[in-house]
Design a protein around this ligand. Structure first.
Ligand code: PRP
Ligand code: URA
Length: 242
């Protein structure tokens, strides 16, 4: 069902009767094969409710954003290759497991993407992190590239590209162009994102169909200033300076 804000759905575990679950606005669905949306669990919706709330102060905004970022990183890692790996437990019994294969690095789109670096480090100790400084022009909403500094061997790595907001998609498209110009294959890039607009995601997925996007939520759309609606405002301001 859709309400004025978007798709409304009962939120809670499958085994619980519908009547015992509250309804909430959940992510818009899209039909791009390369997009993974986090499961719309009560926990995720509660965390998003906190960071979307205009009355949430900076300390809570950081705390709850970090929890969503952790979920995104954990899900993102599921899209990296693993291979079979058998071990023996202390009981002398074998266990057929897997282990990660290949080298990774993070790349944050500054400034807001830097907020996701710690969540990546918490899961991948001593991970290398490159930076791309792209800022949207406040008048035109067009992105401008100021700076990049990336690991020398980035072409041989899986890249976790970090930016919490995908609005028009312009900034992320520009960042991927930088990565591709350094030899990173499109299908070795994972874009980790908190909130996307349907139009931004469509631009992005059409241009880079082989790149996997992992997002927590797809919102309703953009306003006339190209802000995501209902959104959460300016992520960088709320995380760093407000
Ligand atoms: C924000 C956000 C994205 C971009 C999304 O950054 O973090 O990078 O806008 O918009 P787009 O999809 O329309 O390009 P902004 O340029 O405001 O800089 P900031 O990270 O310093 O806040
Ligand atoms: N950047 C943000 O931080 N928020 C938006 O809604 C759009 C771009």
């Amino acid at each position: 069902a859709a309400n004025a804000n978007g798709r409304s759905q009962c939120v809670g575990p499958e085994y619980r009767p519908e009547g015992q679950k509250p309804t909430a606005t959940v992510s818009t669905e899209v039909h791009f094969d390369n997009v993974t949306i986090l499961p719309q669990t009560p926990q995720l919706i509660a965390l998003l409710t906190m960071i979307r709330d205009r009355d949430t102060g900076r300390a809570d905004f950081i705390f709850y954003s970090n929890r969503i970022i952790r979920l995104l990183v954990e899900e993102g890692l599921n899209h990296l290759p693993v291979r079979s790996h058998a071990i023996s437990t202390p009981l002398g019994t074998s266990y057929d497991g897997v282990r990660f294969e290949g080298k990774i690095c993070g790349v944050s789109i500054m400034r807001a993407g830097e907020s996701m670096e710690q969540g990546l480090r918490d899961c991948c100790r001593s991970v290398r992190i490159g930076k791309i400084l792209i800022q949207r022009d406040e008048e035109t909403s067009k992105p401008k590239l100021f700076y990049d500094k990336l690991p020398e061997d980035i072409a041989e790595r899986w890249v976790l590209l970090l930016d919490p907001m995908l609005a028009t998609g312009g900034s992320a498209l520009m960042a991927v162009d930088v990565l591709k110009s350094r030899g990173v294959p499109e299908d070795h890039i994972l874009f980790l994102n908190l909130i996307a607009s349907p139009e931004g995601l469509e631009n992005f997925s059409q241009k880079f169909p082989k790149l996997r996007v992992v997002t927590a939520f797809i919102d309703q759309g953009l306003n006339d200033k190209k802000y995501i609606v209902p959104g959460l405002g300016d992520f960088g301001d709320r995380f760093y300076t407000m």
